[in-house]
Design a protein around this ligand. Structure first.
Ligand code: DSN
Length: 427
């Protein structure tokens, strides 16, 4: 068989890009070598529809053990009774929870996408906004914090069956007890999508959603630093409130309904190679040094907040409790799109992002989102955040200065040589 030089050349190019640049996309991270190795393995050859011990294919005795390890480790990390590790992504995890508890047309309530929410929390262009009737809460104009009064007001008026908390571009912690108290007034179920801060929650550095939210979903590739994928967790199993019965007339437990909603409800064969890599990531999270990593993420984000503030950048909500910052660039007279497109020329990767009450479209935006999980994995510390903000600022105040952009890019490429990516590897 001929070797596919084209694709492997592109993989090499992507490796070089990741190695040389400053990765500040808040939802990205660098897996460990062993997580990466676990993803590229023979388990990709195996069909295993079903769950450990109950599969539709023979030959699953080995993948049963690795999937069970992933489940058991996820349960230990988050101290929960139930884990489903099969969702291919966070979106698939959310789709499965909704399929399990909602009927088409049922009402859901989530944080507005333009205020920091996620597509799968009811956006009109997503299944969640097309199959269900979406309602939204936002953040307050005066301080950028989640408007729990508005959440309560909309919840009492619309009586959604499912309330969703969690965000993609929100730098503050959540009051999960308040969300649950609102939900209990209308007998709504609560889903927390903790995809962004999951690694910080795993180590107890942010409020835990588990006591208060019926379902918790997450991606595994952000602050959890695992392979690209999703999980669904429940602190406690419970009888489904919809009265759905099993084949013998027994009331179905929610764990059953969630499992059925993942497979066969929304997915076919699980990606057992990715599930093996999830298990490795969970093993790493159980080790003491992951606590050091999680602390460093928050310290780096705080250092970056201070550095941006010293240069008069307007941080939405006034700062950060977690791994990211949402920056409103309107006082700097530059759009998010222009900032993203200019910074990438200097090998600084961020994403343009709408800010609350934005007057620009999602394609232009008034803001940028920056996050530190990836650079923290590479070994950068608080002092480096000042240097990074200096580089970003020097470019944003002088976007047409191509010579300066080239100079900064050269400095960054040289700087990042101190923090090699997968140093043992020859790609
Ligand atoms: N696209 C992810 C993010 O960047 O936050 C969320 O799915």
């Amino acid at each position: 068989m001929q070797f596919d030089t084209e694709i492997f050349e592109l993989i090499q190019q992507e490796f070089n890009r990741q190695q040389h640049g400053l990765e500040l996309i808040a939802s990205e991270n660098f897996t460990s070598e062993q997580v990466m190795r676990a993803m590229g393995n023979v388990m990709t050859n195996k069909y295993a529809e079903g769950y450990p011990g109950k599969r539709y294919y023979g030959g699953c005795e080995v993948v049963d053990k690795s999937e069970q390890l992933a489940i058991d480790r996820a349960k230990v990390i988050f101290n929960v009774d139930f884990a489903n590790v099969q969702p291919h992504s966070g979106a698939q995890a959310n789709a499965a929870v909704m399929l399990a508890v909602l009927k088409p047309g049922d009402k859901i309530l989530g944080l507005d996408l333009s205020m920091g929410g996620h597509l799968t929390h009811g956006s009109s262009v997503n299944f969640s906004g097309k199959l269900y009737e979406p309602h939204f809460y936002g953040v307050k104009k005066e301080d950028g914090l989640v408007d729990y009064d508005m959440m309560e007001e909309v919840a009492l008026r619309e009586k959604p069956k499912l309330m969703i908390c969690g965000a993609s571009a929100y730098s503050r912690d959540w009051d999960y007890a308040r969300v649950r108290a609102i939900a209990d007034q209308i007998n709504a179920l609560v889903l927390c999508d903790m995809s962004h801060p999951a690694g910080l929650i795993a180590k107890g550095l942010l409020n835990s959603p588990f006591e208060h939210c019926h379902f918790v979903t997450s991606t595994t590739h952000k602050t959890l630093r695992g392979p690209r994928g999703g999980i669904i967790l429940m602190k406690n199993d419970f009888e489904n409130p919809m009265g759905i019965k099993g084949p013998k007339g027994e009331v179905r437990m929610m764990s059953d309904l969630i499992n059925l909603a993942v497979f066969p409800g929304t997915q076919g064969g699980p990606l057992e190679h990715v599930i093996a890599a999830k298990a490795v990531a969970f093993f790493e999270i159980m080790q003491d040094d992951f606590l050091g990593y999680a602390h460093q993420v928050i310290a780096n984000a705080k250092a970056m907040e201070n550095a941006f503030k010293q240069k008069n950048y307007d941080i939405v909500s006034g700062g950060t409790d977690n791994h990211l910052l949402l920056i409103d660039l309107r006082n700097k007279n530059i759009s998010g799109k222009k900032a993203e497109n200019t910074l990438i020329k200097a090998d600084i990767t961020i994403n343009k992002n709408m800010v609350p009450y934005d007057d620009k479209s999602p394609f232009i935006t008034s803001g940028i989102r920056v996050g530190v999980p990836a650079l923290t994995t590479r070994g950068l510390k608080e002092d480096h955040m000042n240097l990074i903000v200096d580089w970003i600022d020097s470019i944003l105040i002088d976007t047409e200065n191509e010579q300066k952009i080239i100079k900064v890019r050269t400095e960054i490429n040289e700087f990042m040589k101190q923090f090699p990516l997968y140093p043992e590897w020859k790609i």
